[in-house]
Write a protein that binds this ligand. Structure first.
Ligand code: C2O
Ligand code: CU
Ligand code: CU
Length: 498
């Protein structure tokens, strides 16, 4: 999608004729006054209702590869909900790429073969690697060509993921299927003896819009506003799946791989969700909650305990309604997948009281505070345009460096959505950060926002302050909203680490 501005069916004046001059005036007014804010309408603010499936198909588990593998982006088919449909994949026959599992400290080597009919690349979301391996929106691989991504893993255990990041086409390529998990293991994590093997279940939650033959991606201008959502929830590439479980602890490694939809995760029997990790790895201590919001790009490491349930019991992972999500999110509760208790076992696992050494970065160690107003121009009825999602009133420009940051600096970045009506999960490449505070909206940090993050949800009316220790990996990185329609619409800037 090009960030050009156009207007359709404006309803401004009976004649309906707009001169170029009046278009410019409207845009200027939008910029200057955040027009119609509060009383205005969010043109995209229509929730897309979820249609629950039957929970009769088995949850697939993506195959696992090491840190030395080939990923071949291609048009292929996937069997979803009983039909063979056209998708994009990083391997043949399926919607997700393999799960990469590698130990911290190794050198990786990924041969990316682009067999798509368009340019693409791979971004390693959550990996702290050099800029030339990071999958910058301009670092593209031509159709029919390949590129070797090589980087050392210099970070603690955690759940990362990978997806395409071509300028202007990220949202479509990801929605049509290109994504995969990247699990990093280390000794600190291993010492905890967390549930593993079949008791550690990766869950990639996505919503898709299906036709009988494929996945449609054709956002209206309104859907550029809200983000593109689908009626079908898939987990690991299957619609409304189920999995059999035993009466014991499980470790769920959850990614919200949706373009725009935010989930408010809970178990249908209201059992505890014991959060042990998030984007950047393990928390210092487990945090027990009943519900947890997960925005696009965010990950969770959660223990759930099925002990005490009788065989035959069904427990659903569901998304509950939530407030503060703007006009298009949180309006509906729905089931995501089913756990079917089929086996009674004894389990001696005890949740460790302490998980990981996480040093708190004091706010006083910051050498600079940068403010970012994240907003969308509010529009009058019938006025349609792109380039509406902005950061500090700018849209992405590959030729412009927006922020210059000194290597090794620690900085506070303020993500200000205080005037906004839409949720923005903000993501930085190249770093992990800690969340310092949230003002307005929910007014506090949540249990899953301690430890290290790379994506933080900034709801309407909220301002979120993060502290970022930058590395010495100099180069140009992007930061952006991980609502991928917003990102492709231009809600992305560049920082250069020098
Ligand atoms: Cu997961 Cu720049 O993105
Ligand atoms: Cu990323
Ligand atoms: Cu956004």
């Amino acid at each position: 999608m090009k960030r050009r501005v156009f207007i359709k069916n404006t309803g401004l004046g009976a004649g309906g004729i707009l001169t170029a001059g009046s278009i410019v005036t409207i845009i200027a007014a939008c910029n200057k006054n955040n027009m119609m804010n509060g009383g205005g309408m969010n043109m995209g603010g229509q929730p897309v209702p979820v249609t629950e499936g039957s929970f009769t198909r088995l949850l697939p588990i993506p195959n696992t590869v090491s840190g030395n593998a080939t990923l071949t982006a291609q048009a292929t088919t996937a069997n979803i909900n009983g039909s063979n449909i056209s998708v994009l994949g990083y391997q043949a026959n399926g919607i997700l790429g393999p799960t990469i599992r590698a130990n911290s400290g190794i050198n990786t080597n990924f041969n990316f073969q682009n067999n798509l009919s368009e340019k693409s690349n791979v971004h390693w979301h959550g990996l702290k690697i050099s800029a030339n391996m990071d999958g910058h929106p301009q670092a593209l691989v031509n159709p029919g060509s390949s590129f070797n991504y090589q980087f050392p893993i210099n970070q603690r255990a955690g759940l990362c993921w990978y997806h395409p990041h071509p300028d202007g086409a990220t949202a479509r390529q990801a929605f049509q299927g290109l994504a995969g998990l990247f699990i990093i293991n280390d000794a600190e994590e291993a010492a905890l003896s967390l549930p593993s093997g079949i008791y550690e279940i990766p869950l990639v939650i996505q919503d898709k819009r299906f036709t009988s033959s494929g996945i449609t991606y054709n956002p209206s201008m309104g859907e550029v506003m809200s983000g593109y959502m689908g009626e079908t929830i898939i987990v690991n590439g299957e619609a409304s799946p189920y999995t059999d479980v035993a009466t014991r602890y499980y470790r769920l490694r959850i990614l919200n791989g949706s373009n725009a939809r935010i989930y408010n995760l809970a178990l249908s029997n209201n059992a505890d969700l014991i959060i042990i990790g998030n984007d950047g790895g393990l928390l210092r201590n487990p945090a027990t909650v009943k519900t947890v919001l997960l925005a696009p790009g965010e990950r969770l490491d959660v223990l759930v305990n099925f002990a005490g349930l009788t065989a035959g019991t069904q427990v659903f992972l569901e998304s509950r309604m939530f407030d503060n999500g703007g006009s298009a999110q949180g309006k509906q509760g729905f089931k995501i997948m089913k756990f079917k208790v089929t086996q009674t076992v004894s389990d001696s696992f005890i949740v460790p009281a302490s998980l990981s050494a996480v040093n708190t970065i004091p706010a006083s160690s910051s050498s600079k505070t940068r403010n970012f107003v994240i907003n969308a121009m509010q529009m009058t009825s019938g006025m349609n345009m792109t380039g509406i999602h902005r950061i500090n009133d700018k849209t992405y420009d590959k030729n412009r460096i927006d922020e210059t940051v000194a290597a090794n600096a620690t900085e506070i970045w303020v993500l200000d959505n205080s005037q906004g009506d839409e949720p923005h999960p903000m993501h930085l490449h190249g770093v992990h950060f800690q969340v310092l505070e949230r003002n307005g909206g929910r007014g506090q940090l949540t249990a899953s926002e301690s430890g290290w993050k790379d994506t933080v949800l900034v709801m309407p009316r909220e301002t979120v302050k993060i502290i970022i220790p930058f590395s010495t990996l100099t180069g140009v990185f992007v930061f952006h909203c991980h609502n991928l329609e917003h990102e492709d619409d231009g809600m992305m800037l560049q920082y250069q680490l020098t």
